[in-house]
Design a protein around this ligand. Sequence first.
Ligand SMILES: Nc1ncnc2c1ncn2[C@@H]1O[C@H](COP(=O)(O)OS(=O)(=O)O)[C@@H](OP(=O)(O)O)[C@H]1O
Length: 288
Amino acid sequence: MAEGAASQEEQSPETPDSPSPISSFFSGSGSKQLPQAIIIGVKKGGTRALLEFLRVHPDVRAVGAEPHFFDRSYDKGLAWYRDLMPRTLDGQITMEKTPSYFVTREAPARISAMSKDTKLLVVVRDPVTRAVSDYTQTLSKRPDIPSFESLAFRNRSAGLVDRSWSAIQIGLYAEHLERWLRHFPARQMLFVSGERLVRDPAGELGRVQDFLGLKRIISDKHFYFNQTKGFPCLKKAEGSGRPHCLGKTKGRPHPEIDAQVLRQLRDFYRPFNRKFYQMTGHDFGWDG
Ligand SMILES: Nc1ncnc2c1ncn2[C@@H]1O[C@H](COP(=O)(O)OS(=O)(=O)O)[C@@H](OP(=O)(O)O)[C@H]1O
């Protein structure tokens, strides 16, 4: 983890955060830049996968840990933030990912104050599955928490969903997006489908490379489907050059949730999802 940066993400030891000797050699030259592109969310959307896949590109340099600058460390100042970044050469893009930015009220104004040209990437995933994934992460750290079913409702028999529970709140994508659009034009935001990132990583990475103005280098050739993991993995990770899957905390089994509860949550999210599809001009297919 970068010194001074606080990550909430459960990092896998396999995550290639330390540069290889060859990339250390190159990182001696160049200079540290503030990021031109940031993966701002969403938590449990597939943000680590997107960053690790993008790092394969020779023109992308990214900080491995989550800096949490625009939500938790803003008072440390931009010089502190820049110092966390890897060195880059001319033409390379500096990136970071901190999924909590998407739901942080102050983040849009703060990022815009750094540079109004910052490109923003958001990996979105079915908000119901995302909520279960979020709950699964909390459960892994605190096995004594109440059931998903009891936390999701203020009054279950009345079908009253608890919007104040963060696992529910984060999935109200249209509401969060409204705040970002007060500070950034829609053309500066790209919404990556978390589902497609699993099904067709090269296809989704094609869109991302175009959006970032990068040559299309990352393609089908870079991925293989690991049957044991049940997810796409990299044939050669940035840094090590060895096959690389994300760690054990990525793609873990979810507890079984009552089917009626899942239906109620689908009903709850439907109007928010519709609005989000309208705002982004893209139907993500969560209500199919
Ligand atoms: N290739 C690959 N390998 C493993 N996992 C993958 C991959 N692509 C996407 N995902 C999905 O990423 C989910 C975790 O999302 P994040 O990395 O955004 O989580 S975090 O907010 O940073 O904790 C994680 O959620 P869970 O399945 O609930 O563990 C995965 O579904």
